[in-house]
Write a protein that binds this ligand. Sequence first.
Ligand code: BDR
Ligand code: CA
Length: 316
Amino acid sequence: MYPEKKIPIIIDCDTGIDDLLALLLAVQSPLLDILGATTTAGNQTIENTTRNTLDALEFLGRPDIPVAVGRDRPLYRNVLAQGSIHGANGVGGYRFPAAKRTPDHRAAPEFVRDLLAACPDKVTLVALAPLTNIAVLLEKYPACKERIDKILFMGGSIATGNPTPVATANVWYDPEAARAVIASGIPVVMCSLNCSRGAYLTKAELAKVRGVGGPAAAMADEVLKAYYATTGGQNPRGLNIHDLCTMMYLTDPGMFTGDWYFVDVECKGELTCGMTVVDYEDRLHKPREEKTVYFLKTADRDRFADNFFRALKSYG
Ligand code: BDR
Ligand code: CA
C-alpha cells in the first residue's frame, strides 16, 4: 500500500560505500520523495564523493535528482579528506558508467535553501556525512530552520567510536559543525554507532547478494566485498553498513528503539575531540525542549537484512 504523501528529503552524503547503499534503498522506496542531494568531503575528497553521487543516482535510474557540491573541508579545520576504508575512488574501486550530467550550478547551502523554500511541506535532511554543509546552511540562512522537519544523522555514540575510542567518523571530521547543528534546536535523530553496529549482514547473507540478480545486486556485491575487506574485521558477527541503517529509520522506523536526550559535542579534548556527550542519566536535568536529540539505541537486525534484500530485489 502506498502512502498518501511521501516524506520529502534532501540527502547530504560523502559517497562512500555505505552512502551508496543508502541511496540504493532510498531511491526505490515508495515512502520517500528525494528532492536533491548535496555532497561533502569525508570518506573521500569532494571531487570523488560528488562524482560517486552523480554516477550512483544515474546508475540507480534517477538522473533527475539534482546534486549540488558542498564543502571540501571542515568548517575550521584545514584538513582534506584522504579516505582509506572506502578505497581510492570512495566506492571500493567499483567503476560506474560516468554520469552524463554535471552538478547543479548552486553551492550546497543555496541549493538546499531554494529546495526548502519551494517545498510546501517541512523537509527531512538526511545527513550521512560530516555536518559541515548543514552548519553553513543554518549559519547563513537561519530562516531555513522553520522549513526543516528534522535532521536524520549518521553519527554520535556513547562510549565507543570508530576513528577514535570515543568519536564517530562524521562527528570527528568536523566537530564544530556537529556541535552547531545539534545546538540549533532542530530535532536531530542520531543513528548512533551503538545502534548501527547492531545492524549487519551475516557472511551467509553477503554470499547471497549477487544471486538476487540484476545490475544493482551485482554492483552491491562488488562494493560489499571491498567494504568487507577493509572493515569486515570490526564486527565478528557480520558487516555493518552504517548509512544504510540510518536511511532505514525513514522507511521502517518501527525497527528502532531510541529516546530523547540532551547532547553536546566535545571540540577540544586532547583524547576526546569529536565525542558526543549524551546526558544519558539526566545529570543536567534539562527540560524536554532542550533534549533535541532522539538517540537511536538499537536496530532489529533481521529486519535490517530483510529490508535490504527487498530493496535489492525491487531493482529486478
Ligand atoms: C560513517 O562514517 C563514514 O565512513 C560512513 O560513510 C558513515 O557515514 C560511519 O561511521
Ligand atoms: Ca557517509
